[in-house]
Design a protein around this ligand. Structure first.
Ligand SMILES: [Cu+2]
Length: 472
């Protein structure tokens, strides 16, 4: 904790943990022929957006909160909800101080969340400001074939500089996403994607009302340390694993009031599956991109594996106060950029090696002989604009994470609808793991009292080859 880079790390951690749900810093950008195209200039989590007045086909709903994202405003035009998406190059702040050249929508990657009500007629103008053609596929939606967005199959691609319009009825309530279906590999590797939520028109037997409704997409990028632009040809060896193109400690923690019903909607647009794990509570998968899950088909989980191209809706009661980790359970996905080719050094004595290396290069450094935890607090010169492998500090020290990791903060005194970030959780006295004097607490001994085993064979280890199975 006394390393010289403490200030830098504190700054990183502080910015992540203290990121409040900022008021949407949305600026209207004057764009010829597109008066309603709204841009987002910040990577902060925008406050949930409650549409003013009329809500289209449905009753008022509890709006979603997009982690480090925002909801796209619309206008009503003769009974149709009109949205304007602008596909364009953006610079995304993936964590404070770590900027990446991406492609996205309306100023950010991912694009804004589109939030409508079952039965709404929706019209979406898509303007292409990319250097190449694009299209948008509305993943999971029931819609006319010509609105499905597969370039070449359902429509001509949208040329650079042109605007296409999509129009359909949001027929089915649930959790959806949107992404290009033209030069998909490149455009998704550059960050083009967004979330879509269709709220039920009325009370729904399989969709519970919740007090907090969070959503985010899983995406992954290959950004070489010191560079700013993702390598789009990388298939599996990405080094930046994100919730909504943000990495820990830049991901806004989820907050809930004790006892509230909470929903977390997750979609996966990476090239591998992500077991999303929430500490402290049990959830049920109540819906997928295919619709609500029948109640008889739900079971409790603390981890849900979300496969490529899938969406999952996780519902739970936030009935345990604390700061609970929430992360992908693939441990490499909670790390920042690192060299995967580095050999494991645990247990190796390389004190002589360092001296030899330093004769050639005085800056030589060999690491990892005690594990990699030292990385969490060491000072290491990183190339410019490089996200460290491990970072983030909690009230008790380095958290040693870096990618798909954030926290769920459950508080008894969090007001309903209040998304501000509470201070770190203070455990009640006697409820925290603590240092003890090992000499004063000897381990339980193997029982020695009682009769000796009646047959010596019971204590004989039998090899598997004897067919006897395990000895106990
Ligand atoms: Cu993962």
């Amino acid at each position: 904790m006394s390393t010289p880079d403490m200030n830098r790390r504190k700054w990183l951690a502080g910015a992540g943990v203290a990121t409040a749900v900022a008021a949407a810093s949305v600026s209207r950008v004057a764009m010829a022929a597109l008066p309603e195209a709204v841009q987002q200039t910040s990577a902060d989590t925008a406050a949930p957006w409650t549409p003013p007045g009329v809500t289209g086909a449905g009753r008022p709903y509890n709006p979603v909160v997009t982690l480090n994202g925002w909801t796209l405003p619309w206008r009503m035009n003769n009974g149709v909800k009109e949205f304007h998406l602008v596909a364009e190059p953006v610079v995304r702040e993936m964590a404070p101080g770590f900027l990446v050249n991406m492609w996205g929508y309306n100023g950010q990657s991912p694009g804004p969340t589109i939030e409508v009500v079952e039965g709404d007629r929706v019209r979406i103008f898509v303007t292409n400001r990319l250097p190449e053609h694009t299209s948008i596929h509305w993943h999971g939606q029931r819609l006319p074939n010509g609105m499905d967005g597969v370039a070449g199959l359902n429509q001509p691609a949208i040329p650079a500089g042109k605007t296409f319009v999509y129009e359909f009825e949001a027929k089915r309530p649930g959790t959806f996403m949107y992404h290009p279906h033209a030069d998909e590999m490149t455009q998704m590797a550059m960050g083009m994607m967004g979330f879509w939520v269709t709220h039920p028109r009325g009370r729904h037997p399989l969709i519970d009302e919740v007090q907090r409704d969070y959503c985010f997409l899983l995406s992954a990028y290959d950004v070489e340390p010191g560079s700013m632009t993702p390598q789009v040809n990388t298939m599996l060896d990405q080094n930046i694993w994100t919730f909504n193109s943000r990495v820990f400690p830049g991901i806004t923690p989820l907050v809930a009031r004790l006892g509230e019903r909470v929903r977390v909607r997750v979609g996966n647009l990476t090239m591998t599956n992500h077991p999303i794990h929430i500490h402290g509570i049990e959830f049920e998968v109540t819906g997928t991109d295919g619709g609500p899950v029948p109640k008889t088909a739900r079971w409790p989980e603390v981890t849900s594996d979300i496969a490529v191209g899938q969406m999952r809706q996780l519902d739970f009661i936030a009935d345990e106060p604390g700061d609970w980790a929430m992360h992908c359970h693939k441990s490499h996905h909670t790390m920042g950029a690192m060299g995967h080719g580095v050999p494991t050094m645990i247990g190796a004595d390389h004190s002589g090696l360092v001296k030899k290396l330093q004769r050639v290069n005085p800056d030589s450094l060999v690491m990892g002989e005690r594990g990699m935890a030292d990385m969490g607090e060491m000072e290491m010169e990183l190339p410019h604009n490089t996200f460290p492998m491990m970072t983030g500090t909690g009230p008790y020290g380095p958290i040693e994470m870096g990618g798909m990791f954030t926290t769920l903060k459950v508080r008894a005194d969090q007001k309903p609808g209040d998304y501000s970030q509470p201070a770190p959780y203070v455990q009640p006295p006697g409820t925290q793991a603590r240092l003890v004097d090992a000499a004063q607490t000897p381990p339980a001994a193997r029982p020695t009292a009682g009769p000796a085993p009646s047959t010596p064979a019971a204590a004989t280890v039998r090899k598997p080859a004897t067919g006897g199975g395990h000895a106990h």
